[in-house]
Design a protein. Structure first.
Length: 161
């Protein structure tokens, strides 16, 4: 075995070897960069509390679609971050997605949904409810929070429809 050049440690030599012999595909680098673009460092990430697609199913098993290719029932998701709960009903119909949700804080506040085609923006009503009628199937992420220096936005983990 040859020794790495002076000043280069084993880790750098192995990394260089992989770059030379098995480079990361460009499409994978683009996907990784796009994933990082969904981050918002000033927001709190809400943890998934409930996903009805897996509730009651053995670990690692997801509920499947109905015989026509669409889900039989709406999917219910619940996220929590520091006492802020976001409950969402997800309905997939005809290749489109509809969301109906409610935030545990009954105030009007901005809500946005990032999706593969861009971003939907709106506002919760005075009871904390929101509805998004027409989104593409794919990854979705919800952000909610009153604007202001003393508040923190809450973002859900990305979920697939």
């Amino acid at each position: 075995m040859t020794q790495p050049p002076a000043g280069e440690d084993l880790g750098e030599a192995v990394a260089r070897l992989y770059v030379d012999t098995d480079p990361v595909p460009a499409r994978l680098l683009q996907a990784a960069s796009a994933g990082l673009a969904w981050r918002d460092p000033d927001a709190a990430l809400a943890a998934l509390l409930l996903d009805s697609a897996v509730a009651g199913a053995p670990a690692g098993i997801r509920a499947g679609p109905g015989p026509d290719g669409d889900a039989d029932d709406p999917r219910l998701l619940s996220f929590d971050s520091g006492g802020t709960v976001i409950d969402v009903e997800v309905v997939v119909d005809g290749g489109r997605v509809r969301l109906v949700g409610q935030v545990s804080h009954p105030v009007e506040a901005p809500v946005r949904v990032r999706h593969s085609g861009g971003e939907w923006t709106g506002t919760t009503d005075r009871l904390g409810r929101f509805s998004v009628p027409d989104l593409p199937v794919g990854p979705l992420r919800i952000w909610w929070g009153p604007a202001g220096p003393e508040t923190t936005q809450v973002g859900t983990a990305t979920f697939l429809t």
